[in-house]
Design a protein around this ligand. Structure first.
Ligand SMILES: *Cc1c(COP(=O)(O)O)cnc(C)c1O
Length: 305
């Protein structure tokens, strides 16, 4: 199945009880058991799993070329789920430009956890390598970053993490799998704020993790189930519906982004425009290598400050 078909059909099945092509919003906490411990179908309690969420999670796995998708009540809940696997003494290396909420979690929520965070410029591969030691457990990449549109070369970093047996997680919110597929480039975990492009209609807060390795998927599902920041059935339905038009929307976002960039680049009051599609953008070559097009996100500085 090609990507534009996957966004509609990937991982999807008609509803077995009615033949509905979209999953019903299974707005239920609990599922019947025929005797204690013997559920009627595969479902017991919606924190563990819910059929509407399963439909979304299977769609997520399909569009990112993973084996397991997990849907959370926000992007930050998804990130938090990844961090819960680590303990005092572990070290995590992250980009020096990150979504503000991610940075706040790393630097404040996990401040007294004993986990040590390094924030580095990931274009400097030698610097990155020099920070790795036997305690390094995770490299966290956001590419392109919100807000400064910095990029990191996923394939180059994956070579290091695979050799050193470190996990590589990529926040793929800004690129979406339409433009960039981190798992294909060697990453272990893809994270999304599904609130943004995947949802696409400003009507839901949601997050996602997608992995290729089944054991890692099981471990993350345990954390999700045991801590409980799962996505509700209605919100799962909304994200699933959003994904149906992802390819069309992101294509148009790219076209519109280029027009906005052209306008801003020629504007007398604008000092710098940050957009990976610009030939003078410091990460233009990385963008050409790992992204299908340059996306719809643009940032800029005014000359007046
Ligand atoms: C919005 C955003 C997040 C956080 O997601 P929420 O759904 O708001 O919790 C994480 N990363 C990026 C790049 C974002 O834009």
């Amino acid at each position: 199945m090609k990507f534009n078909t996957k966004v509609i059909h990937g991982g999807q099945h008609h509803d077995p009880s009615t033949g509905a092509v979209m999953p019903p919003v299974y707005q239920t906490s609990t599922f019947v058991q025929t005797s204690p411990g013997k559920p009627l179908a595969d479902y017991e309690y919606s924190r563990a799993s819910n059929p509407t969420r399963t439909a979304l999670e299977d769609a997520l796995a399909s569009i990112e070329n993973g084996t397991r998708g997990l849907a959370f009540s926000s992007g930050l809940a998804a990130t938090d789920c990844v961090l819960r696997s680590f303990k005092a003494g572990d070290e995590i290396i992250a980009m020096d430009d990150l979504y503000g909420g991610t940075y706040r979690m790393f630097s404040r929520v996990y401040k007294d956890s004993g986990i040590k965070f390094h924030f580095v410029d990931m274009t400097n591969i030698e610097k990155l390598k020099s920070l790795i030691n036997e305690n390094t457990k995770l490299i966290w990449v956001e590419t392109p970053t919100n807000p400064l549109m910095k990029l990191a070369d996923i394939q180059e970093i994956a070579k290091i993490t695979q050799e050193k047996k470190i996990l590589l997680a990529v926040d793929n919110t800004f690129a979406t799998p339409y433009l960039q597929k981190p798992l294909d480039l060697g990453a272990d975990i893809v994270m999304h704020s599904a609130t943004k492009y995947l949802g696409g209609h400003s009507d839901v807060i949601a997050g996602a993790l997608i992995v290729k390795d089944e054991a890692l998927g099981e471990q993350l599902h345990f954390q999700q189930f045991a801590t409980g920041a799962t996505l509700g059935p209605m919100d799962s339905f909304l994200v699933l519906r959003g994904i149906k038009t992802l390819a069309l929307r992101v294509q148009r976002h790219c076209e519109n982004g280029e027009k906005v960039v052209e306008y801003l680049s020629n504007h007398p009051k604008i000092k710098t425009v940050y957009y990976p599609g610009l030939k003078n953008h410091p990460f233009h070559e990385i963008a050409k290598k790992q992204m299908k097009a340059f996306g719809g996100m643009v940032s800029f500085d005014f000359k007046s400050g």
